[in-house]
Design a protein around this ligand. Structure first.
Ligand code: Q9C
Ligand code: ZN
Length: 341
């Protein structure tokens, strides 16, 4: 399996994450991608190639233009406002607020943020842009006939919504890849999100559409980030009714239980009959992940990679989360090897 990877991910290197009332070193840090690409190379999964550049058009086909412009200028504007630290929102339009979008960067930041843990700093946009190109290049490889591709995206994307960033995500890489396929001849794409967290951004982007089936297995939002989306009763809206499927699972969920939901999701994907399957691949389901509460073991990642392969669909694996960094390479590549063998 070919891996698409951009060194530009390193430009996403924030100093701070607001966590438990303290500013800590971000869980989502550059070494994550380095460990994964190292494992890809050491098991000889296949060639590792840089992305092509598809420009802004496929990004703007998914995200709101004003939101994208905000991401491009926020760090410069934040500094120009005289702030000394990284860009962290401290105020939000919560309930019963005006719909006017503020001018001041402090207000604008809260308007476009869905959470405050994701500090923005120099290079954040460059890395987010490169990460989207990594996903697009993977999608393009499938169009050219590849059976499977690994888009080693960093920063991740599945929390990024139409016009919101957060949860370590800025641009929704998987959604951008899906839309690119749909805009170039595909009629139906399925996105299976196996990251520990609910893919609220992907759900948001495709919620009223029938040309994308979105399925997500995740920690129950009653107990886990992103807290305000990801319940089982979110099934889609309008033409999209029935094309959004959530599997919220409780703290302590082990592989036997998790796999039952995966089997159900796999049956729904098969019934939908998509041309392509995109897997939002987060390995924060691992038993020792520092911010999650599922109990998967390293060998389980091989097993479920093989489960997904049984669908016999062209597959684009898009890297999302995973924060037990010592094991992130083994776990992510286990899924890919399980899929291939
Ligand atoms: N107290 C991804 O895995 N904050 N994002 C968690 C826990 C955000 C995870 C707070 C977690 C985001 C791509
Ligand atoms: Zn996650």
């Amino acid at each position: 399996m070919e891996t698409i990877f951009s060194e530009t991910h390193k430009r996403r290197n924030a100093r701070s994450e607001l966590y438990g009332g303290e500013l800590v070193e971000p869980f989502e840090r550059p070494s994550r991608a380095e460990y994964i690409v190292e494992r890809v190379r050491s098991v000889r999964l296949g060639p590792v190639n840089p992305p092509d550049d598809f420009g802004m058009q496929p990004i703007l086909a998914v995200h709101d233009a004003d939101f994208v412009a905000f991401l491009q200028s926020v760090w410069t504007e934040w500094q120009a406002a005289g702030f000394k630290g990284e860009a962290i929102p401290s105020v939000w339009p919560a309930r019963r607020t005006s719909t006017h979008i503020p001018k001041h960067i402090d207000g604008l930041l809260g308007y476009y943020a869905l959470a405050s843990e994701t500090s923005i700093s120099d290079g954040t946009w460059d890395a987010a842009y490169a990460s989207a190109q990594v996903a697009l290049t993977g999608a393009e490889r499938l169009r050219q006939g590849a059976r499977s591709v690994f888009s080693l995206c960093r920063p991740p994307g599945h929390h990024a919504a139409l016009d919101m960033y957060g949860g370590y995500c800025f641009l929704n890489n998987a959604a951008i890849a899906a839309q690119h396929l749909l805009d170039n001849g595909a009629e139906r794409v399925a996105i299976l999100d196996v990251d520990f967290h609910h893919g609220n951004g992907t759900q948001d982007i495709f919620y009223e559409r029938e040309d994308v089936l979105f399925l997500s297995l995740h920690g129950d939002p009653m107990d886990a980030f992103p807290y305000y989306l990801g319940h089982a009763d979110e099934t889609g809206k309008g033409a999209g009714e029935g094309f959004n499927v959530n599997y919220p699972l409780p703290p302590g969920t082990d592989f036997v239980t998790w796999r039952k939901s995966l089997q159900d999701a796999i049956e729904k994907v098969a019934a939908y009959g998509p041309e392509v399957l995109i897997i939002s691949l987060g390995v924060d389901t691992f038993e020792t992940d520092p911010i999650s509460f599922f109990k998967l073991k390293s060998a389980d990642f091989i097993t479920y990679g093989a489960d997904i392969a049984a669908l016999k669909l062209p597959a684009l694996f898009v890297m999302e989360g995973g924060y037990d960094i010592a094991e992130i390479g083994v776990n992510a590549v286990n899924v890919l090897e399980g899929f291939e063998n």
